[in-house]
Design a protein. Structure first.
Lengths: 260, 260
């Protein structure tokens, strides 16, 4: 079946899925792009529908991907596809997927004993980038505490380039996150400009990063075993980093500590 | 004078300044926000016009800022200001500034002997974030090689939160950048997944980072004294980092080496 009208009801439903309310109502979310859909398939994400626009394909492996998706395939014309796509340069592949379990219960602490905890992060691009960096650092999990940005936001999926599917993710309140870390004996290192320990001297297991605007909540700071600071030699000019940059610096300091 | 019409010719000119062509033609660029304009004033950026919308002010220090700007002040109604503003949440302050010197000649190598060189970075948000992180790391300069994103792009200014004015910036071809580094005796450390030296073992003076999509050019890689890699324990899942994350990790490894 080829959809040729941008007024098609299903097309409109997919456009609405950019809004959180529609994602909550349907329990679905969107994954766009070859790499991202590939990662979703590899990690057992349930794909309900796969929209394709063959004239926009960039490579020659799309056919294999489509077969592997094991989903209802719908074809769209370019104008229809562009209406649904949220990327600047669509690749002709858009999957409608079922949201997966993001409860703390399904997390396991692995060999790295490394968890990234982010609290009240607002910008989807920042959240997705942090998930991507945590994956590169081989973190056991990412806990999204006091969620303000829905992890199924298309821009989280995009900036995570699909690592949202590969690294276990949990969404919880800050209190639940603290309780889970305690039960699992994972020490919390809270990143704050008021920290008393330089990152190079801190035991980094659960790295806890807050929003750029408000920092970490009092209860996160109080619960943390260590308050970590990133010394900034340029602090006369700028005394804070973007939250995603702080997370990257801390995650790869944890990598250094484990490898050296 | 209070501008009340969104059809005002000057208002339209300011909206056009979001486009690179208009910035080149006029030699001007836009700076929005209290912090950003404050940094521009502190660092002697020439402000031609300051647009204000007092009903949108967030604080009480705007009057002092306006006096310090030493510029022609124009008042706009909220609808007019919102048309010109490029932020989601405008603060009622928008400066039209004269572009400053971005030639290599005005750079000086300081005590840190730390320079960030970025080649062919496309995304304004990434470029601005990298300038911000370089400033926090107290880098002597940022060299934008083979510029694809204009450093005067409003989103570079925004994501740099005005550190574009505090850390010396040069725009040059990659060949010019290499020549300048050689003349100044600054060793180049090129970041590449094919690097043979872990960042923790590399002398980090000029940190050279390429675009995420294409990596560094052959001539940058050949000119570098050392090819640096960031080991990624999670490389089975993801084998690259966002360019801004790589730059952050390398810059703060340079900070570690200098402080420890």
């Amino acid at each position: 079946m080829k959809i040729t009208s941008t007024a098609n009801a299903r097309v409109k439903e997919i456009v609405r899925m950019r809004d959180r309310r529609a994602r909550i109502q349907t329990g679905l979310f969107l994954v766009e792009g070859f790499r991202e859909i590939g990662r979703a398939i590899d990690h057992g994400i349930d794909i309900e529908e796969l929209w394709v626009c063959p004239s926009m394909f960039l490579g020659s492996n799309e056919t294999t991907l489509i077969e592997r998706a094991n989903a209802t395939v719908l074809e769209a014309t370019e104008p229809v596809f562009k209406k649904m796509a949220y990327r600047d340069r669509p690749e002709g592949l858009l999957a409608v997927c079922r949201q997966f379990d993001t409860s703390l219960d399904h997390l396991h602490v692995g060999a790295q004993r490394l968890v990234l905890v982010v609290e009240s992060i607002e910008k989807p691009g920042n959240l997705g980038t942090m998930i991507r960096t945590a994956t590169a650092a081989s973190a056991d999990a990412v806990i999204v505490a006091d969620q303000t940005t829905d992890v199924f936001n298309p821009n989280v999926v995009r900036s995570s380039i699909g690592t949202l599917f590969t690294t276990p993710i949990a969404v919880a309140s800050s209190d639940e996150a603290i309780a889970w870390l305690r039960v699992n004996g994972i020490a919390m290192a809270a990143a704050t400009p008021e920290g008393d320990t330089d990152l190079w001297d801190a035991k980094l297991e659960a790295i806890v990063v807050g929003s750029e605007q408000y920092g970490l909540s009092e209860r996160m700071l109080e619960a943390a075993e260590v308050k970590v600071r990133i010394p900034m030699p340029g602090s006369e000019e700028i005394d804070s980093l973007n939250a995603a940059q702080s997370a990257s610096i801390l995650l790869f300091e944890a990598v250094r500590q484990r490898m050296r």
